[in-house]
Design a protein around this ligand. Structure first.
Ligand code: CA2
Length: 145
């Protein structure tokens, strides 16, 4: 069964508790449950994780490659807009990495308009709340298997 890593960055552990007008009411646990069901229906396995640490995201991207994952969904949160280390890691693993955002960074502050992740991503799904993850998983199933 194909394996998809779903990696989440800083502060996303707080989802559902604050700023619901931007990020929605669902918690990260709710999103994991939704994606797990979707993955089952698609015949995939997901490995769903969250960290507040940039280097841990780099470690997990490298691990995805070693583990034989078919693709990665990555919501790097604020590191999306700052991290050359993530860009280098995405390039280094040569796996399709789909960038995911709950909100649409392009419709927010200027500092969110740059995406280092997007410079190497296989696709970007943003602005649809938790459904951005669902759209990205469908894309991974269609494009990466
Ligand atoms: O829209 C997204 O998914 C973002 O990746 C979320 C990041 C933000 O820096 C990106 O520009 C867009 C922020 C995640 C913070 O998550 C929170 C969740 C609940 C309460 C406060 C922050």
């Amino acid at each position: 069964m194909a394996l998809i890593y779903v990696l989440n960055g800083p502060n996303l552990n707080l989802l559902g508790t604050r700023e619901p007008e931007i990020y929605g009411h669902q918690s990260l646990i709710d999103i994991e449950a939704m994606l797990t069901e979707q993955a089952k229906a698609l015949g995939l396995t997901i490995d769903f994780r969250q960290t507040n640490h940039e280097g841990v995201l780099v470690d997990w991207l490298q691990e995805a490659k070693r583990a034989g994952a078919a693709a990665v969904l990555l919501n790097a949160a604020a590191y999306t807009h700052t991290s050359v280390a993530l860009l280098d890691a995405i390039k280094a693993i040569s796996l399709p990495v789909f960038e995911v955002h709950l909100s649409d960074p392009m419709q927010r502050e200027d500092f969110r308009h740059i995406s280092y992740v997007g410079m190497a991503a296989a696709g970007v799904f943003a602005g649809h709340g938790a459904q951005s993850y669902a759209l990205a998983l469908d894309a991974a199933a269609r494009l990466a298997l």
